[in-house]
Design a protein. Sequence first.
Length: 316
Amino acid sequence: MERTLITGGAGFLGSHLCDYFVLKGHQVICMDNLLTGNMENISHLIGHERFSFIKYDVVEFIYVQGHLDNILHFASPASPNDYLNFPIHTLKVGSLGTHKALGLAKEKKARFLLASTSEVYGDPLVHPQKEEYAGNVDPVNPRGVYDEAKRFAEAITMAYHRSHQVDTRIARIFNTYGPKMRLNDGRALPTFMVQALKGDDLTVFGDGSQTRSFCYISDMVEGIYSLLYSGEHLPINLGNPDEISISDFAQEIIALAGSKSRITYKPLPSHDPKVRQPDITQAKTLLGWNPKVSRKDGLRKTVEYFKKKIPEALNR
């Protein structure tokens, strides 16, 4: 039985990975300090014979008793609301936390997979974004705390691979969505969902021409799993290349929610990326991975989740 540690395992992506790896027969250790994670995401796993939870901050020395086959490092604030509210901790978990997790991987001789991000490309001057593109990032912009934390995390991951022969993987994760997203996440999709279902105007920043590409959670989890068991050490883009403008996306959400909401426009925040679309040629070629869930089907599943969660939140 493989034993897998997932840091940030009570978060959106991490909790789906906990579900998936338990389903695959792994013994899963979920580690999270609950800064942005939520026990509700993993409550159904508590008591399972192959699941355990450790409340812990990975910026401290990490000790796990017994062998480990895999470490998936997903601990980090990941939405603009979070990393702007917790800028220093975002930098610490990307640097100190990644260092500690890599040290554990070295000690345990475990596979290590880093959850990196499309944000390493910054406001890209190349479109779509290929792994070879070095990015266009401003380190002193408020968003830079997340971008640079992940860029450092990639650098130290490759250093551990080259200097200590740690068996590493780097997933550059593009926009991912689905059930378990937080209502107040701050990203476009949950914000639009909540606004549309409540009948409020949808807030679009700029003129809405900026683009994003959205990948459904089940596709992303399968991509991460495929990457973990590949032999690829250099970064791999994981995302759905089906690109859409933010204005068109807002209209899709309104129609799907059956809402009478309208769209209002506000000034574009500083350094908000104008385009975002992954080139997934490497993932297709090296991993045999390709997203399967259409945006229409994924959004339909997601809106049903939000319909249940919004009344709960309003009644608290």
